[in-house]
Design a protein around this ligand. Structure first.
Ligand SMILES: *Cc1c(COP(=O)(O)O)cnc(C)c1O
Length: 358
C-alpha cells in the first residue's frame, strides 16, 4: 500500500509529473536538451526573481550545499545553526577543510539579524551559510531583515538554503542580494528527489576563481562554462528536468500569488488545528514556517504509536526529527498539497486521539 506522504520531504508527487518523467530520453549534448535546459532555467529565474545565473545539479541538496562551501569560502565561514540541517552544514563546511565557526540558536528559535550582525562585525568572515526554513524544527528565519544586515558586509558572500521554502512564498533572490541560493526539489517543489538548483551572483563566480580545491563535480566555474551552451558539466538527470519543466508550468498556471496564499492558508489551518487539539507550536508566531507545522506534544500522546496507526491507515506521518522525536510532530503542507489533504489527515488524527481517550 502506498502511504500518502505528510512528512516534510519527500512529498506526494502529482501523477502527471510522474508521467512527464517517462518522456523518451534525449542526449544531453543534443540541441533538444539545450532547449529544455534553457526553458527550465529561464522559468526558474522568473520564479526566483533573479537575472543571475541559475544552474541545475544532479544531486540532492547537500551536494550543492557542500559545493557552495567548497567554491565560495575563501577565508572563513560563519555557519548559522538552529536545527539539524544547519548544524550539519557546519560539519560539512569543516569536512571540506574550511575554517568555520558555528553560531547556534536553540532548536525552535530563528536566526536573528542581530546574531548575524554580531558575528559578521568581527570581520573574520568572507562567507556565511543560512537555512531559511529549518525543516527539522519548522522555523523560518527572517530573511529580509537578515539580508538588510548583510548589506553592511559586502565582503561576505551569502549562501542560503531554501530547500523547503522556495516557491511557497516570495523569495526575491536578487533584491535580497543572496549570492548563492540553493534548493533541492523533493520538498517545496513536489518533485522526486535527485535534482538541485542554485543561483550564483557575479561576485560569487569571481570569488570561486580565487578559491582552490573546488573539485570537479560541483565546480561553479564548470557550471558557468556549461551554462554558456545551456548545458551542464556532466550528464544531468534529464527525466527530472522534464518533470521540473512541467512543474514550473503548473506553478505559473496556478499563479505565484495564489500559490503563496495557498501555503499561508494551509499553515494557518494546521496551526489552528494543533492548538485546538491540545498541542503547542515549537516556533514563536513570527517564525512559524509556511511549509510545515512543528507541533509540541503538550498532551503527551504516544507519537510513535500515532505514526504506526496512521501508517496502517495509509498516511506517512513524522513524529519529530532527531532529538525532537516523540516531543514534537511535523506535518508538511508544501508543494501541490491542498487544504483538503490536511483535512484528511487531521480527521484521521482526531479519530485516533478519540479512540485513545475511550
Ligand atoms: C531536506 C533538507 C536538506 C537536505 O536535503 P538533501 O536533499 O537530503 O540533501 C537540506 N536543507 C533543508 C532545509 C532540508 O529541508
Amino acid at each position: 500500500m502506498h502511504k500518502k506522504l505528510f512528512i516534510p520531504g519527500p512529498i506526494e508527487i502529482a501523477p502527471e509529473i510522474l508521467n512527464a518523467m517517462a518522456t523518451p530520453m534525449i542526449g544531453h549534448r543534443m540541441p533538444e536538451y539545450a532547449h529544455l535546459h534553457k526553458g527550465v532555467t529561464d522559468k526558474l529565474k522568473k520564479l526566483m526573481f533573479t537575472e543571475e545565473r541559475v544552474f541545475l545539479a544532479t544531486s540532492s541538496a547537500f551536494g550543492v550545499m557542500e559545493g557552495a562551501v567548497r567554491n565560495l569560502v575563501g577565508k572563513r565561514c560563519a555557519n548559522f545553526c538552529n536545527g539539524a540541517f544547519s548544524d550539519k552544514w557546519h560539519n560539512v563546511t569543516l569536512a571540506c577543510g574550511k575554517e568555520a565557526d558555528a553560531f547556534k540558536a536553540e532548536w525552535g528559535e530563528p536566526i536573528t539579524p542581530e546574531m548575524v550582525d554580531a558575528a559578521l562585525a568581527t570581520g573574520k568572515y568572507d562567507s556565511m551559510t543560512l537555512i531559511h526554513n529549518e525543516t527539522s524544527t519548522g522555523v523560518m528565519s527572517p530573511l529580509p531583515e537578515i539580508a538588510e544586515v548583510l548589506r553592511k558586509y559586502p565582503e561576505v558572500l551569502s549562501i542560503v538554503d531554501t530547500v523547503s521554502s522556495m516557491s511557497a512564498l516570495k523569495i526575491p533572490v536578487a533584491d535580497l542580494g543572496i549570492d548563492c541560493c540553493i534548493f533541492g526539489v523533493q520538498k517545496a517543489f513536489a518533485l522526486p528527489p535527485g535534482l538541485a538548483v542554485f543561483s550564483a551572483s557575479e561576485r560569487a563566480l569571481e570569488r570561486a576563481k580565487t578559491v582552490p580545491g573546488r573539485g570537479y563535480y560541483f565546480d561553479f566555474l564548470e557550471f558557468a562554462a556549461a551554462d554558456e551552451k545551456d548545458n551542464t558539466p556532466s550528464t544531468p538527470c534529464i527525466s527530472l528536468i522534464y518533470a521540473m519543466d512541467l512543474q514550473l508550468d503548473r506553478i505559473f498556471a496556478e499563479g505565484m500569488e495564489q500559490r503563496w496564499q495557498r501555503h499561508a492558508d494551509m499553515a494557518q489551518f494546521m496551526r489552528n488545528w494543533a492548538q485546538e487539539h491540545g498541542f503547542g507550536l515549537l516556533a514563536a508566531p513570527p517564525y512559524r514556517s509556511v511549509t510545515l507545522t512543528c507541533a509540541t506534544n503538550d498532551r503527551g500522546v504516544n507519537l510513535a504509536q500515532m505514526k504506526k496507526q496512521l501508517g496502517e491507515r495509509g498516511f506517512a506521518f513524522d513524529d519529530g526529527y532527531g532529538k525532537l522525536k516523540g516531543k514534537t510532530f511535523r506535518v508538511a503542507h508544501m508543494g501541490d498539497m491542498q487544504l483538503s489533504d490536511l483535512k484528511e489527515i487531521t480527521a484521521e488524527m482526531e479519530q485516533i486521539l478519540q479512540a485513545d481517550k475511550d
